[in-house]
Design a protein around this ligand. Structure first.
Ligand code: HEC
Length: 132
């Protein structure tokens, strides 16, 4: 086989490899930054939420990224009161159970901040599972 032929044979793998690599990088970029999420949690959420399954003012957040969809979490964080008003069954149930209501945060209107906090909660869930 000539060198050119060998190269052609490998060429068909190069393009998909580049595509896959690029997308996995993009994925990381969009997946949120757990360290930035941790900072938000400490500042804004810790007063009412534990990272275990123990209740504080609101529910313990361990396992929250598996019991809720990503979409639900985005909606909730953007505007919890609107979710209750619209009659979202999960939100209504939570409100009944916890009495005190979570408010809307300006910080959470930014998609990147929401991605970061969700990434942090996801990381917490993974660690929590391992500890069990
Ligand atoms: C003043 C207390 C308070 C603060 C601060 C607070 N929450 Fe909440 N959170 C609640 C309560 C209470 C609920 C239960 C639903 C309701 O009644 O609003 C809740 C529910 C939730 C849920 C749904 C839990 C589940 O089991 O589905 C998530 C997720 C959540 N909060 C995340 C956050 C994040 C992230 C922050 C910080 C940006 C935050 N909360 C700040 C009180 C708070």
């Amino acid at each position: 086989m000539t060198g050119v032929k060998v190269m052609r044979r490998h060429m068909k793998w190069i393009v998909p490899a580049i595509v896959v690599t690029t997308f996995s990088f993009l994925n990381v970029a969009f997946a949120g930054n757990p360290a930035a999420g941790a900072k938000i949690f400490k500042k804004k959420c810790k007063t009412c939420h534990r990272l275990s399954d123990g209740t504080k003012v609101g529910p313990g957040l361990a396992g929250v990224t598996s019991r809720r969809t990503n979409e639900w979490l985005h909606k909730w964080l953007t505007n919890p009161k609107a979710m209750i008003k619209k009659g979202d069954p999960i939100a209504v149930k939570l409100k009944k159970k916890y009495k005190k209501q979570m408010r809307t945060y300006k910080l959470m209107q930014d998609e990147e901040n929401r991605e970061n906090i969700i990434a942090f909660l996801k990381q917490n869930d993974e660690n929590y599972e391992k500890q069990k």
